[in-house]
Write a protein that binds this ligand. Sequence first.
Ligand code: BES
Ligand code: MN
Ligand code: ZN
Length: 493
Amino acid sequence: MEYKIVNSNLKKLKTPCLIVGMHQNARNHQLIATIDAFTEGWLGKQLDRGDFSGRKGQTLYLYDPPGMKAERLLLVGCGKEKDFAERSYIETHRTVIDSLSNTTIKRAVTTLPSLKVGERDSDWKTHQAILTCEAAIYCFDEYKTDEGNPKPSLEVLDLWMNDPPNEQRILLATAVAHGVAFAKDLANQPGNVCTPTYLAKQARALKKRFSDIDVDILDEAEMEKLGMGAFLAVSKGSDQPGKLIVIHYRGGAEEANPIALVGKGITFDTGGISLKPADKMDEMKFDMGGAASVFGALLACAEAKLPINVVGVVAAAENMPDGRASRPGDIVKTLSGQTVEILNTDAEGRLVLCDALSYVERYNPCSVIDIATLTGAAIVALGHEVSAVLGNQRSLIETLKEAGEETFDRVWELPLLEEYQELLKSNFADMANIGGRAGGTITAACFLSRFTQKYHWAHLDIAGTAWLSQEKKGATGRPVPLLFEYLRHCALN
Ligand code: BES
Ligand code: MN
Ligand code: ZN
């Protein structure tokens, strides 16, 4: 969809549909009062019929408002004014798009960005409007043989507001929205399609599309030579060969150190020999959500031409039980030289990540963020609203928290204290790959922290936020908005 900024006179604005928000029982308010005056009381008469009070989620189409050039008005309920904040602003856009997709309207003007949303400025309101609308029209129906959902007819949405946003904003928001959709597309693909080889192909396609993207792909033989024993302990249990996919985005100065994004790319997680129960195992196709967010963030960077260097590293493997699979009790040597006793083959994410994290040292990154659907414990601790963040550097963590608040793709910090490290003790190797049930997200991060001491590092556990279950089952594209905001922050500083 295309987005444009308009701020011409509403009375004279020619459009198939003018979208106006109304707070609950607030018909004397702002634009509603203005339009009532434009139509010489006609709008008030329509509201007198009582079908629409402005309750959150309500919609009402009114046709041919007299004295105006709009063909329709779409009234949208915004709920009580005192409760109207970021969240309702976002939800109201969703209501609008859902409603419009049952019509044939191709172009509309929305005045929602002119509403007051806390202290948020027009940049923020524009950004969220675009991201929300793009998310609302997203649909993954590649495998539906009949037409699936009808495609929404809306082609252009004009955002009407009094003080226009920065002219770059539409480009930035659209780039992020494309990154989110790309991440969703990758993660929604089934495990029999989205293999490590498929992800490698996607990386090569990015290189073809963008001149400032370059790609290196390491196969198992090369990883063997380097000594990535932890990664290979996972990938060798599958017929699908594992890949370490390195994507360079070079938008900054040649000598500028890159920011590294490292994604867990388990294209399907059966648990391996420590096999998972059958219930909901299909959702383990989303276990490459971290990798998908790296792809999405890089696509957004390239589209927005951010003036920074980023290296994305995707540790792609399938976790299967097989004759060649790792056994509980196996001991492997990591790229760092440290040894690991694999007490549970279902704690595979940290095994592929630890070698990828050692591998990125060679790029002298100014900061490293890994993104992983790492632990079910993250869902127990935080549910599905926020991602967990842990790390070894205060200002990096704080910047990520701020980026989360800005984008509403939020994170919550868990304590990465020395005391938890003891839980990883092994009788036979330098460490075990599990730390027991208690504090599972923290001990997983403790494990990774042993491979990230040479640089500033933060870990995002997105097990609760990367996808939705039940009726809305599907990838969310998180945390692409958060990552992009962080990268944009780095580009500005
Ligand atoms: N991919 C899973 C984590 C996961 C589970 C994410 C459920 C989302 C929903 C990960 O590989 C895993 O299996 N972790 C284990 C670790 C345990 C064996 C220490 C877990 O969380 O149970
Ligand atoms: Mn697992
Ligand atoms: Zn996993």
